[in-house]
Design a protein around this ligand. Structure first.
Ligand code: FES
Length: 138
């Protein structure tokens, strides 16, 4: 059975060939998602791009999936953990996923601050439009 080594977490797990890297990570107790992406991800369908990792050697992983080619192009070193099928011993770096998670967390914080302001502005614009057409709301 292939062994998967998660560098940053210093954890190893043995899994049957064909297991996805996402499943192996779960088995090892390693998260391939950072920040809010732990909750806001597509659960392994290859759609969200939140589980970016770098695997070595590339030959021990399955080829690029359609979703990986779509998101990263043909000549990428990054892979989506949910799309990688393990074919041999692998070393995994989860840093890209964790960094992306931090960026998304900052974006969510900004949206939390900006949303009330946007709603108030929209309300003011609607109020002014009805005032201008002579049909006040209140
Ligand atoms: S979990 Fe969404 S792309 Fe892998």
């Amino acid at each position: 059975m292939p062994t998967v080594f998660f560098e940053a977490e210093n954890k190893k797990v043995e899994v049957p060939a064909g297991t996805t890297l996402r499943q192996a990570a779960r088995q090892a107790g390693v998260s391939v998602y950072g920040g809010v992406n732990k909750l806001a991800n597509c659960r392994g369908f290859g759609l969200c791009g939140t589980d970016k990792v770098v695997v070595k050697p590339a030959e021990s992983a399955s080829g690029l999936s359609f979703f990986e080619k779509f998101q990263f192009g043909e000549k990428t070193k990054e892979r989506l953990a949910c799309q990688v099928k393990i074919q041999g011993d692998l070393t995994v770096n989860t840093a890209p996923a964790l960094e992306y998670g931090q960026v998304m967390t900052e974006n969510f914080k900004f949206m939390g601050l900006a949303a009330p302001f946007a709603i108030l502005t929209l309300g003011a614009v609607i109020y002014m439009v009805f005032e201008m057409i002579g049909k006040p709301l209140f």
